[in-house]
Design a protein around this ligand. Structure first.
Ligand SMILES: Cc1cc2nc3c(=O)[nH]c(=O)nc-3n(C[C@H](O)[C@H](O)[C@H](O)COP(=O)(O)OP(=O)(O)OC[C@H]3O[C@@H](n4cnc5c(N)ncnc54)[C@H](O)[C@@H]3O)c2cc1C
Length: 383
């Protein structure tokens, strides 16, 4: 078994046409005033109409097979589209989870009926998902989830509380990880995934606000929610294996590097415009790091394209990438000497404020960096 498999990937030349197309689309959207570039828009930028316009162009679910509304375009094409959207600071939160992880999870583990029900809507940019993994006492140690799934006639009844559930207040569908059997010696056994269409009378969704007052994630209370057998995802009992696959998708993408890219771009332009070439050169070392991380993230996309599940490599990219996102903020603050100001009309102080205020979440979401280092150490046999 390869312990570490990050082979360099060269993007095929034909993807440059795709890159030009998406850049032209983003340029037109900007010119029409349809979005304002911001940092961390894959968490904060919920804009259903923007997602629909992307869907119309075939840029969501693009790796899905054609019979489910996709273009069978592959992970590398998806990489090009996602990196352009993130670099532009475009509002992509609405479709992000469905496109990145729930769609691929449904493709791999779902029934034909589930695939036909959900995947075309995801690809059109109309069907949005939230994922309920974390609980009040269970974040890092996911195997200890306490949400209970009890077998009943023709289905399951779910009760429990999920927290930090991003976008659940907007999404039409929620996928919940729950315990289908009492904990045993193998803590990873006895878990399952369940699909719940929202709104649902037995599901309460309450906002958890950021310190800024923004509402992105939620507490979700499940009170005896009936889930029919047709809405069990994969095999009850196999939830751990399924979630591990999902997390490899969740952790590996360019969003773990590029959340603060719009800030880096604006700072570079601002220093150049002010003739502060020394400081601009200092940003060069940050850009060089970005390039190395991008190659790593691309290599992970290459493994996905080849059908692999690069969980350890994805963990490494996320650990290095999310720390890099914070470094961008520190360097921009130091080099520009600009004060963050969320209400500023000027892009630089406004983006700096957005980045600073969102930064505590970078190394937490999708599994904290400490946990990821544990994953890497275990795989390397040093833990
Ligand atoms: C912006 C954002 C969006 C999110 N969206 C979602 C979502 O949509 N759905 C969802 O289910 N969850 C979501 N989460 C939750 C996220 O997955 C959890 O916050 C994360 O897994 C950590 O869990 P916790 O918050 O319970 O922290 P804890 O697990 O309590 O950890 C607290 C601290 O202890 C450290 N720690 C814990 N165990 C160990 C260990 N064994 N070794 C070393 N250090 C350890 C952690 O690294 C961390 O620093 C989101 C979080 C954020 C910030």
């Amino acid at each position: 078994m390869d312990l570490w498999n990050l082979r360099p990937v060269t993007l095929p030349a034909e993807l440059e046409t795709l890159r030009r197309d998406i850049r032209a689309f983003l340029g037109a959207e900007l010119a029409a005033g349809r979005f304002t570039p911001r940092c961390d828009q894959w968490l904060g930028g919920w804009d259903a109409s923007f997602s629909r316009r992307l869907g119309e162009r075939g840029w969501i679910g693009m790796a899905f097979p054609e019979q489910y509304g996709g273009r069978q375009a592959g992970a590398l094409a998806r990489f090009v589209v996602t990196e352009e959207l993130l670099a532009a600071g475009a509002p992509v939160a609405a479709h992000w989870i469905a496109d990145r992880q729930t769609g691929p999870g449904l493709l791999r583990f779902g029934t034909e009926e589930q695939k036909h029900t959900y995947l075309p809507g995801i690809a059109r940019g109309e069907r949005f998902f939230a994922v309920g993994l974390s609980e009040p006492d269970t974040g890092s140690d996911l195997a200890s989830v306490r949400t209970r799934a009890t077998r009943v006639v023709d289905g399951w009844r779910l009760s429990g509380t999920k927290v930090w559930t991003s976008g659940a207040h907007h999404a039409q569908t929620l996928v919940v990880l729950a315990r289908t059997a009492a904990p045993a010696a193998d803590r990873h056994a006895g878990l399952g995934q369940f699909i719940i269409d929202l709104p649902h009378p037995a599901v309460q969704i309450r906002p958890i606000r950021l310190l800024t007052g923004e509402h992105h994630f939620n507490e979700v209370v499940l009170d005896e929610v009936f889930v029919p057998d047709a809405r069990v995802l994969g095999e009850p009992g196999d939830g751990w294996h399924q979630v591990t696959h999902e997390l490899a998708m969740e952790r590996s993408g360019p969003e773990r590097i590029l959340s603060t890219f719009p800030l880096l771009a604006v700072a570079t332009e601002s220093l150049a415009a002010a003739g502060r070439l020394g400081e601009r050169c200092a940003l060069g070392s940050v850009v060089a790091r970005l390039w190395a991380l991008r190659q790593m993230s691309l290599a992970v996309a290459g493994r996905l394209e080849a059908g692999g599940v690069p969980a350890v490599e994805a963990a490494a990219v996320k650990d290095l990438g999310t720390r890099f996102e914070n470094t961008v903020i520190d360097c921009v603050r130091m080099l520009t000497q600009v004060e963050p100001d969320p209400g500023a009309t000027d892009e630089l102080p406004r983006m700096l404020a957005e980045a600073v205020l969102h930064s505590p979440g970078f190394t937490l979401r999708g599994g904290t960096n400490e946990i990821l280092r544990g994953v890497i150490a275990r795989q390397l046999g040093v833990r």
